[in-house]
Design a protein around this ligand. Structure first.
Ligand code: 13P
Length: 266
């Protein structure tokens, strides 16, 4: 974590919590963080509910001035028109979403999204004034064949080619083998790939983009391992799946600066 980059703790709820459950969850999360004296200027928190919850969560965030950024889990590469079931970035922006996830490995696997599709969606996000969180990551097989950095760096290159150096984006390194497995990467593995991804940004978009872009780690992040990741120079936050569905866990992750374990390696 570099002090120039404000850490981002993003909760990707995936296909969990309906709109009623989302309201109860966000209220409880806000209370838990307030009780724990969460400092919004130190750490940014983002919530990424399913599409059907976005309006409810947006209304709650606005009504109670909650310190949460809102994001969506996907968007269409198209602006509007005959694309049944798809959601335009323009609609997300109208709901005051700030972020949108692109290229999550579950969308690549479930919907056959190629690097080119991810690049088009990421371009659409920027066009609609959303900050894309570009997900990259290798499978267990890739790891064995090529090492950890090659596949994520290749994926990122394709997406960055569709963006301008001045565009604002976030990159999330999510090794597929670590997602939902309970077996997170070590903090050193995460740091090595985050550094390699930052080098790709530097090569394609220059020093200013490389120094200001936040790179997150995702894959079995919990309150017990977040401090180790955040100690690393090139890791600027986390994209959290399962643990983002627990108020206690997610609020503890977001309060990582207070963890007594900050000095421990994991
Ligand atoms: P888990 O935290 O459940 O491993 O999921 C990570 C993830 O895919 C976040 O996008």
């Amino acid at each position: 974590m570099d002090t120039l980059r404000r850490p981002l703790i993003a909760g990707n709820w995936k296909m969990n919590l309906d709109h009623l459950q989302s309201i109860a969850f966000v209220q409880k999360l806000a209370w838990a963080l307030k009780d724990a004296n969460y400092q919004a200027n130190e750490v940014e928190i983002g919530v990424f509910p399913p599409f059907t919850d976005l309006r409810s969560v947006q209304t709650l965030i606005n009504a109670d001035s909650l310190p949460f950024a809102l994001g969506a889990q996907d968007l269409s590469m198209h602006d509007e028109g005959a694309h049944t079931g798809d959601i335009s970035g323009a609609f997300l922006r109208a709901l005051e979403c700030e972020y949108v996830i692109t290229g999550h490995s579950e969308r690549r696997a479930d919907h056959g999204e190629t690097d080119e599709v991810v690049a088009a969606k990421t371009h659409a996000a920027i066009k609609h004034a959303l900050v894309p969180i570009i997900c990259v990551g290798e499978s267990a097989e890739d790891l064995e064949l090529h090492g950890a950095s090659k596949v994520p760096c290749d994926q990122l290159r394709v997406v960055l080619a569709s963006l301008a150096p001045t565009d604002t984006y976030v990159v999330a390194y999510e090794p597929i083998w670590a997602i939902g497995s309970g077996q997170a990467a070590t903090s050193s593995q995460a740091q090595d790939v985050a550094r390699a991804l930052r080098d790709v940004i530097r090569e394609l978009h220059g020093d200013s983009a490389a120094d200001s872009t936040r790179i997150l780690y995702g894959g079995s992040v919990k309150s017990g391992n977040i401090a180790g990741f955040m100690k690393k120079d090139d890791v600027d936050g986390a994209l959290v799946g399962g643990a983002s569905l627990s108020v206690d866990e997610f609020s503890a992750i977001a309060r990582f600066p207070q963890h007594v374990t900050l000095d421990q390696e994991n």
